[in-house]
Write a new protein. Structure first.
Length: 381
């Protein structure tokens, strides 16, 4: 099977979605399939619409494959392309773009600015609707994502294949989790790009509400601070204003080995995102017996059992974050939740099992089209 993997930007970029793409590319090759990565421009939303002006050229190229897999991030770039491709197209949807855009905090204070923001969100929803209605099938990273896509007219043929959490394959026993839980200050880690959607400001607002005489805590922020510089600086300024900057360490981006070392030392992984379609980072932390403080906005509730193997907090609610961290400073409870988190992690399928389901799905789509049992959408003449 010849597969084109279409995405926006560099497949080696650091994000959960691109990590999924890389693992899928490698698994397809391990299964004997030829994979070509087709990288389209990644810039502003308007810039990502530009490839539609060269749709016929790209469509001719993609029509030489048996199946075309399109990372959902590239959806603005392939609208006109998909109408011309005469082989099956399968969307690989890691998040719903309009929901991610709606989760951004707007700095607009005037009515006209807010109207422009809302028009932009509706425009993204309209483009994404066209994309999802124009593909033959889809692979979703979570049931929550599938439901959101269905509301936009997503295809009838689909597979839900959540990411695995075994990138680090940590070896830790229940006894070690319990021992760590009862030692030192409450070690909290934030892991992700420092951008508004990830909710670091709500986390800093939450720890600022903790009485240091009651909860002795430390926060380590792991993630790129250059993606949204103004936002990152505003969070650092808020920490300084609250007088807690001496308890917060901004570690920047770390390689996998350093990330694993940090999670091995952490009690809590706190990422109170405004929208997290799945939250692979929560699952990876659970492998270390690290208790996730996750968001209710998205798919984390599909694998984080609130109050048992982790805690779920409403986004944009520093008070909820503070309450959760106070609860987790009960070290006996922290220990048992850490053990439960590790147990739930162990019960999840690993990457080979997850990706084999995706490869099987793609093979079915390609074989059915080749045999004439299932025709892709009719391409434009």
């Amino acid at each position: 099977m010849r597969v084109a993997l279409v995405l926006a930007g560099d497949i080696d970029s650091a994000s959960g979605g691109f990590y999924y793409d890389r693992r899928l590319r490698d698994r397809l090759r391990e299964r004997g399939h030829a994979v070509a990565v087709v990288s389209l421009p990644r810039g502003s939303y308007r810039e990502r619409l530009a490839p539609n002006l060269r749709a016929r050229r790209l469509a001719d190229r993609l029509s030489g494959f048996d199946v075309v897999v399109e990372d959902g991030l590239a959806h603005p770039s392939v609208l006109a392309v998909n109408r011309r491709v005469d082989v099956p197209t399968v969307a690989l949807v890691h998040m719903i773009a309009w929901r991610a855009r709606a989760a951004r905090r707007t700095t607009e204070t005037d009515v006209a600015g807010r109207v422009r923001t809302e028009i932009g969100r509706r425009g993204v929803a309209a483009v994404e609707r066209c994309f999802l209605r124009g593909v033959d099938a889809a692979v979703y990273n979570a049931e929550t994502t599938r439901r959101d896509a269905a509301g936009l007219g997503g295809p009838d043929r689909y597979l839900v294949a959540p990411p695995a959490g075994d990138r680090f394959e940590p070896a830790i026993e229940a006894s070690g989790i319990r021992t760590r839980a009862r030692s030192g200050p409450l070690e909290v880690t934030f892991l992700g790009n420092v951008v508004p959607r990830k909710g670091l400001d709500a986390l800093v607002g939450g720890v600022a509400r903790l009485d240091p005489d009651e909860v002795d805590w430390r926060l380590t922020v792991v993630g790129d601070r250059t993606v949204a510089r103004d936002y990152a600086q505003s969070v650092a300024d808020a920490a300084a204003t609250a007088g807690i900057d001496d308890r917060i360490r901004f570690a920047g981006r770390l390689d996998d080995e350093a990330v694993a070392a940090r999670l091995r030392e952490s009690h809590v992984l706190a990422v109170p995102s405004r929208y997290e379609p799945f939250g692979m980072v929560y699952l990876e932390a659970m492998g270390f017996g690290c208790v996730p403080l996750a968001t209710t906005a998205g798919g984390a509730a599909e694998f984080v059992r609130d109050g048992e193997s982790g805690l779920l907090a409403s986004p944009d609610d520093p008070c909820a974050v503070a309450r959760a961290l106070r609860d987790l400073d009960d070290r006996d409870r922290l220990a048992e939740m850490g053990v439960a988190a590790r147990r739930d992690y162990e019960a999840r399928p690993g990457w080979p099992e997850t990706l084999d389901r995706v490869v099987d799905f793609l093979e079915t789509e390609a074989d059915a089209a080749a045999a004439g049992r299932r025709k892709p959408r009719e391409a434009e003449p």
